[in-house]
Design a protein around this ligand. Structure first.
Ligand code: UD1
Ligand code: UDP
Length: 360
């Protein structure tokens, strides 16, 4: 293989982040290969994004599937190591904070391949989250740290990363959102899911919310109290399905549980919602741009710019029903701030930094 840029993806949130980077590098004539690790594999967690976002087919699918952190990370490392040893890319680009990200970073670093991290520098300062471990390790190993927001730049500076390696490029997930916004049809989503009045969209998958049966029971009680106020539509991630079902989520008449939705259909539903309840990272960012009030069911967020410059607020299981009532009473905001450089051009800025590094 000729010297090329190797992109590592594998989990649902990687795909909307990678799409604009691949597109921008392709416009600059840079040879590229796309790896899918197979961390996510259900049609609705993976294939649908390739169909909807104009992503090229992956050149390689490692097919690692699910497992414990150790098994999954190790399987990705073995697969990426074989590939990189054989093909010697000029650079590896990794995205976000999932196990596929850190596994590829470890391999690339030891094989001395320059590494670029898209979405560098985000910190929740909560080491109970596997993603925080993945972020810190990946950033420590990266040559190019491509940041979505000013707080990330500050964290990296505090950790001693040299300023010339850090670049504020904006948010490629928002490039994908803005490129597709005309396709987000709220009326169609309403019709498809039989939604008549006001409604809330929820996504729930963090281990801290769904893994432990006692947490799941508390979460279900909170969601039922939300459903007493408005219809709740939940495209449910496979991780929490069995536990939340056992805790009685499906029993409230105003709760509609769906399989995960395709990107365009999901954001159509979000666009028309009165509020969103979530523990997703990406959804906090997307609601910020769509101007939909977002209640994040977590004790912290690595994306504080969505609070200071967006529509996001942190919620607990205890105060969630009251916060939903406040959102419903206030209505959707007419104007709201937008984080700097979340403008649809992050992919191009990332491509400029990558090409500049390759030329040097
Ligand atoms: C992963 C990421 C998380 C991210 C989320 C996005 C890590 C450590 N976590 O969490 O940061 O927010 O993806 O969605 O990388 N499963 C399926 N089908 C699939 C994929 C998963 O049924 O296509 C089920 C399996 O039972 C699996 C479980 O979901 O064991 C968890 O999957 P995994 O990829 O390990 O972690 P996520 O919870 O998806
Ligand atoms: N998403 C989707 N369908 C759904 C739920 C989410 O397409 O049913 C999209 C969402 O719009 C965002 C991405 O998946 O682009 C976020 O992924 P997820 O919440 O799984 O991961 P996180 O961002 O928390 O790491």
């Amino acid at each position: 293989m000729t010297a090329h840029v190797l992109h590592i993806t594998g989990a649902r949130p990687n795909f909307p982040k990678a799409a604009p980077v691949l597109r921008a590098l392709s416009k600059r004539g840079v040879p590229q290969k796309l790896v899918h690790t197979g961390q996510h594999y259900d049609e609705r967690m993976s294939e649908v994004f390739f169909q909807e976002l104009g992503l090229p087919r992956p050149d390689i699918n490692l097919g690692v599937g699910s497992g414990t952190h150790g098994k999954q990370t190790a399987a990705i490392m073995v697969g990426v190591e074989e590939l990189v040893t054989e093909s010697r890319p000029a650079m590896i680009v990794v995205y976000g904070d999932v196990n596929s990200t850190v596994a590829a970073a470890l391999v690339g670093s030891k094989l001395r391949i320059p590494l670029a991290h898209v979405e560098a520098g985000l910190r929740s300062f909560d080491m109970t989250m596997p993603e925080e471990v993945n972020r810190i390790v990946t950033d420590r190993l990266s040559d190019l740290l491509l940041a979505t927001s000013a707080d990330a730049i500050a964290h990296l500076g505090n950790e001693g990363v040299a300023a010339e390696r850090i670049h504020l490029v904006g948010n490629p997930m928002i490039d994908t959102l803005l490129a597709n916004i005309k396709r987000f049809d709220a009326a169609k989503a309403r019709a498809e899911h039989g939604i008549e009045g006001r409604y809330i969209v929820a996504t729930l998958h963090r281990p801290g919310n769904v893994d432990d049966p006692a947490d799941a029971r508390e979460l279900v009680a909170a969601m039922h109290a939300v459903a007493d106020q408005a219809q709740v539509v939940i495209p449910l991630h496979p991780r929490g399905r069995a536990g939340l079902a056992a805790a009685g989520l499906f029993t409230h008449p105003s709760v509609t549980v769906l399989d995960p939705l395709g990107y365009v259909e999901f954001l159509g539903l979000v666009r028309g919602a009165d509020a969103v309840v979530t523990d997703s990272g990406g959804v906090q960012e997307e609601t910020t741009i769509l101007g939909v009030p977002c209640l994040t069911l977590r004790p912290n967020t690595e994306r504080p710019v969505t609070i200071t410059h967006g529509t996001n607020r942190l919620a607990t299981r205890e105060n969630l029903p009251g916060m939903v009532a406040t959102c419903l009473a206030a209505g959707r905001p007419e104007t709201w701030p937008v984080p700097p450089l979340w403008d649809g051009h992050a992919g191009e800025r990332i491509a400029d930094v990558v090409v500049g590094h390759l030329e040097r």
